[in-house]
Design a protein around this ligand. Structure first.
Ligand code: GDP
Length: 317
């Protein structure tokens, strides 16, 4: 694999599906520095779960490129509580957009999956080839199954119709536009919010879910957006491709880092009645590096800027 440009974004009409979400908004920000026009549509005007509406919109707007960042997403608790929505909505969104993209002759489509598609007990770091080699992590299998179907759709349209549809699998993301609702959020925004409020209320302690032992890799969403544009231009193949930072941290150490950044020095209490999820999830990013991309921010820099952004937008109280 090389870092040669295979697809030129110049002058292209790029539909960012899911532009209000954390990933879609980061991609729209990143695209602003390309010579391309960005197409977006609000949920009130187009419900991506409805096939006929998606086909009608795609036929009238005729994008050249689609970046598929729309999804029903959430943390470990939301996945456990809303299995039907996680499976159904994600399957519908992907099928509708990918099929309509084929119908209107989209030249390039990039589908965003997740590293939770890989088996729960996959060897680490996780190579793309480990897909479908073992059972999934039960706390997010509904989402994972839908995302695997999305990858397979891209592969199937490529195989049957020669469509240049690719799929990228980002590791755990954080950054501007994240969800800070403690019942639905992922760990990093949740701990930022908890630490901030613990500091404000002069609390003695702060609750961290699970044992604190699982290892996770985190990537700032602006780094992901840069990787997706890089891949849109330079990657054209069947296989999914991992997008990660290569940096791994224990949840307990993440909590300590966040408390230091926020300025909370109370005790961490681990609530073992809450699930740990998969023990470790580190993406092998050899393929991505071969195509010439690596991430710009360290975790610490990313958390500092994310905290600032959350404070400015009043997301923490
Ligand atoms: P996952 O990566 O799909 O497991 O999703 P999460 O980001 O929701 O959880 C990652 C890890 O952080 C799990 O081991 C959680 O138990 C742990 N964790 C610790 N505190 C929290 C919290 O307040 N919220 C969430 N969502 N996870 C937490």
């Amino acid at each position: 694999m090389t870092d040669e440009v295979l697809f030129d974004l110049d002058g292209k009409r790029v539909f960012v599906a899911g532009h209000r979400g954390m990933v879609g908004s980061a991609i729209a920000r990143r695209l602003a520095s390309e010579n391309a026009s960005i197409l977006t549509v609000d949920r009130s005007e187009l419900d991506l779960v409805q096939q006929a509406s998606v086909e009608k919109w795609m036929t009238s707007n005729r994008p050249d490129v689609v970046i598929l960042a729309a999804a029903k997403v959430g943390g470990i608790l939301a996945n456990t509580n809303y299995p039907a929505q996680f499976l159904y909505e994600n399957l519908m969104i992907e099928s509708n957009i990918i099929h309509a993209a084929h119908q209107v002759g989209v030249k390039k489509l990039a589908f965003l999956g997740s590293t939770c598609i890989y088996p729960k007990l996959a060897d680490q770091p996780i190579k793309e080839d480990y897909l479908l080699t073992g059972p999934l992590e039960p706390t997010n299998e509904w989402y994972a199954i839908a995302k695997i179907a999305g990858i397979k759709l891209c592969q199937a349209y490529r195989k049957q119709y020669g469509s240049d549809f690719i799929s990228a699998q980002p590791t755990n993301l954080y950054g501007p536009g994240d969800n800070y609702d403690l019942k639905a959020s992922h760990v990093l925004p949740a701990l930022l919010r908890k630490a901030h409020n613990a500091k404000l209320s002069d609390a003695k302690e702060m609750i961290v879910w699970g044992s604190g032992k699982p290892l996770r890799e985190f990537l700032h969403v602006d780094d992901l957006a840069d990787a997706v544009i890089h891949l849109t231009k330079r990657y054209s193949a069947d296989d999914p491709i991992n997008v990660g930072s290569g940096q791994e941290i224990r949840i307990a150490d993440l909590a300590t880092l966040i408390c230091q950044i926020v300025g909370f020095d109370g005790e961490l209490i681990f609530d073992k009645s809450k699930p740990d999820g998969t023990p470790r999830k580190l993406a092998d990013t050899t393929r991505l590096r071969e195509i010439g991309w690596r991430n710009a921010r360290s975790l610490e820099e990313g958390v500092i800027s994310t905290y600032k952004n959350a404070l400015e937008n009043n997301l923490l109280t």
